[in-house]
Design a binder for this molecule. Sequence first.
Ligand SMILES: C[S@@+](CC[C@H](N)C(=O)[O-])C[C@H]1O[C@@H](n2cnc3c(N)ncnc32)[C@H](O)[C@@H]1O
Length: 280
Amino acid sequence: MTTDDKTKVSDFWNRASCGEALFLLNTERDGYAQHARLRYELEPFIHEFAGFATAKGLKVLEIGVGLGADHQSFAEAGADLHGIDLTTRAIEHTTRRLAAFGLTSGLAVGDAEALPFADGTFDIVYSWGVLHHSPDTPKAFREVFRVLGRGGRAKIMVYQTWSIVGLMLWTRYGLMRLRPWTSMREIYDRYLESPGTKAYTPNEARALMSGFEDIRIRTVLTHGDLLESGAGQRHRGPLLTLARRIWPRWLIRRMAPGMGLFMLIEGTKPRGDAPYHSPA
Ligand SMILES: C[S@@+](CC[C@H](N)C(=O)[O-])C[C@H]1O[C@@H](n2cnc3c(N)ncnc32)[C@H](O)[C@@H]1O
């Protein structure tokens, strides 16, 4: 892990924030409203997981705000809100978006691995599809734990290793290039979104949540696994267009409901005084 690794991540997301190329028509109020509509149509499970409806008056930190749809939802719910992102592009989008809707938040460029907040500051730390992009993901999880107050809840989505998306990428970049020995680790690292992206098994996620209690982990099939949308901003082409036409969605839903790309992780920082033993 080097500073260069993090520069590559920030360079990637500074070219286009997540969803920008596919879902953002313009950077005005109507453009952001449409982005939110499309996002929540494709990922309806975000509402319940994030808990927007119960965030009123809570101190909430979102790590990796991206285009800012979830940040807007927390602000609309009346949370006492802060948000960071590694890129100026995401912070500019989210600032512009909130201003367009008359909302406010403490937004700043910042790094998940070195959060600019004191210990025990927040009731909720929320992060959707972010910490697996950061070079030192365990460090980012430890930071989430640190800035949560006792009894505070972490809500984090990271990618799951044994997902349909992962297997599609392995077929395309391993098998079809006659390199079937290519590991899933290399597949996510090189071919899904920013360089160095990682994915985790539920057991590995549990280890990342060392120190938390009341841990809940579940996976969901996504529009990516089901090829129900334009794929991520890196993937295009006739093969994908063909696959989208013949994709056996019903079979995947029936036979592989646990092979979704998204792993939704929750945990509570214990209320007692027990010291936190960070994972090795
Ligand atoms: C896939 S996007 C997700 C954005 C948003 N949460 C969403 O769901 O649309 C990943 C975001 O994480 C940010 N990011 C990556 N590494 C980060 C880090 N170490 N600290 C803060 N943000 C980071 C990127 O800049 C990018 O905006």
